[in-house]
Design a protein around this ligand. Structure first.
Ligand code: NOJ
Length: 525
């Protein structure tokens, strides 16, 4: 299609760089490693890669604590490696999305080092500083998402600074014109290098109540982060003007995009981050990840997000990422195929998380190998390490990921569950993902069409996708029993199902086994 737009019509894929491919034998993935595996991504059919942060960082939060926004951490390579990765990806038709962390930097960033020197330096107001109350009290009742108060005392300059996450992640002040200019220049630095877009970390927190008023408390929920209504420390209305300015920077370049992590529970609030096509191009839709695995609950979330996204906007679909248990573990191995069918046939840009295409599940990490700071600041059970383990490439020591000891242990099933094994098996989950991606690409109804839920027996999610000259119907049996949905009339041009080899040539009443799903591409009516 001539109006094909990569981030809207294509399929995007998240890489956690530490865990994708290690090229230099230090047990940590790197940019050269990613470059060496581009052919897997081309074969799979993805259109863009979102790289979790690869900037210089003390790694207190594994790169979400940036100490220099305009360079590459030596663990991941050099700027020259980055340029090579962009060039090779572009040569293969793959776009690159960087992970921009504008809410906070590392406490080791030169800006913060200067900011904390005294109360009068030029970078003081690039961060959020407040004097103590008369009795030394904290400036307000805000709490860190990673545990404890959101304020850290700085004895040298005699004030508190704000942090929503670790104390090593001081909050940047988006009310400071100097900071705003510097962060816009960071965007231009990468855009000039050919970067195609940015995933924006915790974008809903970059503006807060200017008076820093206390959040109201929720009775019975304790005195931590969960015990407050977050009306003053996130989702402040001023965020939208800030985003419009960011969008104007992006619009200085053709076909660039942003996708924002707007971690709010109400889809109507998330939808506001699209603005009037002048803020984010995409806001992550986390509602399916949070929903119960049932037809009614998934359909309800799809419809709520559809209603929230403005007409000029476009939804997206996410089932897994680096912050949440992998969906092969959440839903169970028997459901990975039907989940793939959902992800790749709904209306909206699908985001895959590396390894989901081979069914990677959470890996249990021995206590002495835990890495994620949440294991200490909150609880070992809340560690995000299980969903961040190395990609399983080959039945080799180190899983084909590394020749050294990997930074996190590989899954026990790596010798059998890996890319090499599944590429050779046309009935594998990996080949199913590829077949689905190719079908989505050649079928306008699937990559651009409207969405309409269809009546179906209890526990079956059925919907129609339709675009001019293109029609598809999908039925997903989400139960553990057989079901017989009726997919209406029509001659089937192409079909693809979770059961390998099943093909259907007429719509109508179809029997679906437990956890079985089908997509039918029909003659348009
Ligand atoms: C959201 C990121 O996805 C998460 O990994 C990180 O810890 C926090 N933001 C803080 O940057």
């Amino acid at each position: 299609m001539s109006d094909w737009l990569w981030w809207r019509d294509g399929v995007l894929y998240q890489i956690y760089p530490r865990s994708f491919m290690d090229s230099n034998g230090d047990g940590i993935g790197d940019l050269e490693g990613i470059r060496s595996r581009l052919d897997h991504l081309v074969w799979l059919g993805v259109d863009g890669l979102w790289l979790s942060p690869c900037f210089p960082s003390p790694m207190a939060d594994f790169g979400y604590d940036v100490s220099d926004y305009c360079d590459i951490d030596p663990r991941f390579g050099t700027l020259a490696d980055f340029d090579r990765l962009v060039a090779d990806a572009h040569a293969r038709g793959i776009r690159i999305i960087l992970d921009w962390v504008p809410n906070h930097s590392s406490d080791q960033h030169a800006w913060f080092r200067e900011s904390r020197l005294d109360r009068t330096n030029a970078h003081r107001d690039w961060y959020v500083w407040r004097p103590p109350g008369p009795d030394g009290a904290l400036p307000n009742n805000w709490q860190s998402i990673f545990g404890g108060p959101a304020w850290e005392w700085d004895p040298a300059s005699g004030e508190y600074y704000l942090h929503s996450f670790l104390k090593q992640q001081p909050e940047l002040n988006w009310r400071s014109p100097g900071l705003v200019r510097a962060m816009h220049d960071v965007l231009r630095f990468w855009l000039d290098r050919g970067v195609d877009g940015f995933r924006i970390d915790v974008v809903h927190r970059i503006q807060k109540d200017p008076e820093l008023r206390d959040n109201p408390l929720i009775e019975g929920r304790g005195d931590g982060y969960r015990g407050q209504r977050h009306i003053h420390d996130e989702n402040h209305p001023d965020v939208h003007a800030t985003l419009r300015e960011i969008r104007r920077v992006l619009d200085e370049y053709p076909e660039r995009m942003t996708v924002g992590e707007v971690s709010l529970m109400d889809p109507a609030e998330v939808g506001k981050y699209y603005g009037q096509d002048d803020e984010l191009q995409l806001a992550f839709n986390f509602s399916l990840m949070r929903a119960e695995w049932s037809a009614d609950s998934l359909a309800r979330e799809v419809e709520r997000f559809e209603a929230a996204v403005p007409e000029s906007g476009w939804p997206d679909i996410v089932l897994s990422n680096h912050d949440i248990s992998r969906h092969a573990s959440r839903y169970g191995a028997a459901r990975t195929r039907v989940a793939a069918l959902l992800l790749l046939t709904l209306r909206g840009t699908p985001f895959l998380y590396y390894g989901e295409e081979i069914g990677m599940a959470d890996v249990s990490i021995p206590p002495d190998r835990l890495q994620d700071p949440l294991a200490w600041t909150l609880h070992p059970k809340l560690s995000r390490d299980p969903e961040r383990t190395p990609m399983q490439w080959e039945p080799a020591p180190g899983g084909g990921f590394t020749t050294a000891t990997p930074w996190l242990p590989l899954a026990d099933d790596a010798p059998s569950r890996n890319v090499a094994a599944q590429r050779g098996d046309p009935g594998s989950l990996l080949c199913f993902y590829r077949d689905l991606i190719q079908l989505r690409k050649r079928t306008p109804a699937l990559h651009r069409g409207s969405y309409r839920r269809l009546p179906a027996p209890d526990g079956v999610l059925a919907y129609e996708r339709s675009a001019p000259g293109s029609l598809a119907r999908v039925a997903l049996n989400l139960t553990d029993e057989a079901r017989e949905p009726d997919l209406g009339a029509g001659r089937v041009r192409e079909s693809l199902g979770t059961s390998f080899g099943r093909s259907v040539d007429r719509a109508g009443r179809l029997r679906l086994d437990p956890n079985e799903g089908l997509v039918l591409c029909l003659d348009p009516i």
